[in-house]
Structure formats: structure tokens, C-alpha cells
Design a protein around this ligand. Structure first.
Ligand SMILES: Cc1ncc(COP(=O)(O)O)c(C=O)c1O
Length: 391
């Protein structure tokens, strides 16, 4: 029995009639109100002009800041609209004043693009990277953080829910450790926002980023950055434009007094309006309820997969979320994806290049990844399992 009105939610998601979408960790299906918000703004641009349409839609456009602030329990002034989560992460972390020998704590589950950026900072700025070990369940071992901290440790950069499985890292406990040691704490919440409650106050992170297209069900090419007032002045945006700064005199400027200093002026206005609507839509359902529904479906899928001969489920952590990863002893992950697509079921795969440190450590060349959302059903899970059985 579902706790949500799934029929109504599916009616808002027309593709549910044609496909089974288990690629919500890639990009979820947009609900009709989000799609309409984007399209109606594009129509207005075509009708009256891009700048004129933006002026006309100022309230809808500005509602992004209040809606995301509501979703994250932040202040609207702490939110920036950025085109994707990777660029949001870069705008904050490349803005930290690293000196050679400064140290960053991370974990093998860190998102690939974030880790690549840390490698570049190591090469160009001389930072050192330390890895927090995993506990026996595979999640970040919070007790192992304190012994790793040196006088040069400046930042903890970790991913809440990695792309490569159901792991949910203990974000709030990590926040406690960051606070105790007065470190800047950057949390990649790309896969968790929209899937579960994410509250920046109870987590205690200073910086957090997410993307529109995943569990939040927003349009592609949209993302956001949260930078708390506490650390705003410690981070210099690596690039500035007329949005980020005010040109106050011929040879002088001031940065915006809030997170808008990380934005650029030109942007996908229709996308921003769509993302604002997506945040409102998620808030309307309730993140606690969304999480419960996703937990029910993912537990069913994991249990059914684990019971099949030749199939192994690989999700780590004490309370895995809506991302389910598995391997088959005879069929490659990419072939499983192809077979599913043939049956109009969308899933994806995780390759070594997406999560090299983690997959190398576990000796897994690739994973098949199915990710459920609240608009999926138990019947869809069973149809999917029937096909895995026949692989
Ligand atoms: C955990 C995680 N972080 C960051 C990203 C990057 O998001 P974007 O593609 O919006 O830059 C992804 C995308 O898959 C992700 O799964």
C-alpha cells in the first residue's frame, strides 16, 4: 500500500504510460507542472523577447531562491543558481584560499568530477588529499576523522549519496566533526536532494550543491549552490561577471553580499523557473513521505534481486537509498541496460571511469544501476525482476 496518491502523481508524469523509468539517478521524469513552467516561459520569450519575458517572469524566477531555501532550510540569500552541480562545486571549492601543504579530507566515494578537481588543486596549488576510511558497512567512518586531522587540514569534501550505489554517508555526524575541528565542510548532495530530507542546519555543512534533473525532477542544465553566511567571505568566486559583482568605479568593484556572487548573469531562465517549480512540487509532496515511498520500493527491488541466482547486489551502508546496483555473473552491465531498454525499461550502468577509487577497491569492473522514485510502483519492480530472471 502506498502512502501517496500514486495514480495522481503518475497522471502528472505521462511517460509512465509508455516506459518504466528506473534511471532517476541519471535524470528523473519531469512532472507536468515543471514541463509547463519551462515551456510557457519559452513561449513567452518567443512572443515578446527574451529580456522582456525575464522581466515579466521576475517573481517566478526569484521564487527559485525561496523554494530552494525552503527545501534545504537555508536563507534565500545563501542560494545561487548554477547550471549544474559540478560547476557549483567548482565555484565554491576553487574559491577557497588554499596554500601549498593545506590538506583536504575526502572519501573513496567522492564524485568523479569533484575528485578530478581535487587532483588539479593538488597539482596546481600543492594541496594534499587524505582519505577517511570506510566503516564495516562501507560508509564514511566518522570515528576515523579526528585522528586524520592535522593543523593544515582545511576542508572536508564528501558526497552524501554517491552515484555508484545506495550508500548514504552520515552527513550530519561528519558535520559534527567538521564543527569540532573548525573545518570548511562541502557536501555534494546531488543524488540526495529530492530523494530524502536534506537540512543544511541539522547536517551542519557550509557548502552544498545539487542538480535539477535527478531526484528533484527539474529540467536538465540546472543546478544550485548553497553557501552559508558563515563561510561566504572566506570564499572568493574564481570568476566574476556583472551578476557576481557591482562595477562601482572605473577601476573598482564590490562582490554581491550573498551567494549570488557565484552566479553568472546569463542563464537558462526557463530552466531556473522550471527548477523553482520542481522544488515547490517536491515540497508539496513532502520529503519525508518521498523518502518512505522510495525506501519501500528500493527494499523490495533489492530483496528480489538478491534472491536471484547469479545476481549480486552491491549497495553499501547501513540504510541504503533508492539507488540499487547489481551485477550478473554471466551478463555485462551494459548488456543488462540494453536488454532493459529493449523492454522499455530505463536503467543505467556505472563504469570504472565514473567511480574508479571505489570500484577498484571493491574489484568491480562495472555495475548495473536501477534507481527508483516515488512515482514508480511495485508492479513495475516486479516486471523488471521478471526480465532479470530471464537474462
Ligand atoms: C553524486 C553526484 N555528484 C555530482 C554530480 C554532477 O552533477 P552535474 O552533472 O549536474 O554536474 C553527479 C551526477 O551524476 C552525481 O551523481
Amino acid at each position: 500500500m502506498s502512502i501517496l496518491d500514486i495514480t495522481a502523481l503518475r497522471a502528472d508524469t505521462p511517460a509512465c504510460h509508455n516506459i518504466i523509468h528506473f534511471n532517476n539517478a541519471g535524470a528523473s521524469l519531469m512532472p507536468a507542472p515543471v514541463y509547463e513552467a519551462v515551456l510557457s516561459h519559452l513561449a513567452l520569450e518567443q512572443e515578446i523577447g527574451g529580456y522582456e519575458a525575464a522581466a515579466h517572469a521576475q517573481d517566478k524566477f526569484d521564487s527559485l531562491y525561496t523554494n530552494l531555501a525552503g527545501l534545504l532550510n537555508a536563507a534565500p540569500s545563501e542560494i545561487a543558481f548554477i547550471e549544474n552541480a559540478s560547476r557549483a562545486w567548482h565555484m565554491a571549492v576553487y574559491g577557497i584560499d588554499f596554500k601549498p601543504g593545506d590538506r583536504v579530507l575526502t572519501h573513496i566515494s567522492e564524485y568523479a568530477s569533484n575528485y578530478l578537481a581535487l587532483l588539479q588543486l593538488k597539482k596546481n596549488k600543492g594541496i594534499e588529499i587524505d582519505f577517511i576510511p570506510s566503516d564495516s558497512t562501507g560508509q564514511i567512518d566518522v570515528d576515523a576523522i579526528t585522528p586524520l586531522i592535522t593543523p593544515r587540514t582545511k576542508l572536508i569534501a564528501v558526497t552524501h549519496v554517491p552515484s555508484q550505489g545506495g550508500l548514504v554517508n552520515p552527513a550530519a555526524e561528519i558535520g559534527q566533526a567538521a564543527k569540532t575541528h573548525n573545518l570548511i565542510y562541502v557536501l555534494d548532495a546531488c543524488q540526495s536532494v529530492g530523494q530524502m530530507p536534506v537540512d543544511v542546519q541539522s547536517i551542519g555543512c557550509d557548502i552544498l550543491m545539487g542538480t535539477g534533473r535527478k531526484f528533484l525532477r527539474g529540467p536538465r542544465g540546472t543546478g544550485f549552490l548553497y553557501v552559508s553566511r558563515r563561510v561566504l567571505e572566506q570564499i572568493e568566486p574564481p570568476f566574476i561577471d556583472l551578476q557576481a559583482a557591482n562595477w562601482t568605479a572605473d577601476h573598482d568593484y564590490t562582490l554581491q553580499p550573498n551567494a549570488r556572487r557565484f552566479e553568472t548573469w546569463e542563464r537558462h531562465i526557463a530552466g531556473q523557473i522550471g527548477l523553482a517549480r520542481a522544488a515547490e512540487y517536491a515540497l508539496g509532496i513532502g520529503l519525508g513521505t518521498i523518502k518512505l515511498q522510495i525506501d519501500q520500493l528500493s527494499q523490495l527491488m533489492r530483496a528480489e534481486l538478491a534472491a536471484l541466482n547469479g545476481v549480486k547486489v552491491h549497495d553499501l551502508g547501513s540504510n541504503p537509498c533508492g539507488i540499487i546496483t547489481f551485477t550478473h555473473n554471466k551478463i555485462a552491465a551494459t548488456d543488462i541496460v540494453k536488454t532493459m531498454n529493449h523492454h522499455h525499461i530505463n536503467i543505467s550502468s556505472v563504469q570504472l571511469k565514473n567511480a574508479r577509487l571505489d570500484l577498484d577497491m571493491r574489484n568491480i569492473p562495472a555495475l548495473a544501476r536501477a534507481s527508483v522514485h516515488y512515482y514508480n510502483t511495485e508492479d513495475e519492480v516486479r516486471q523488471f525482476i521478471d526480465i532479470v530472471k530471464k537474462l
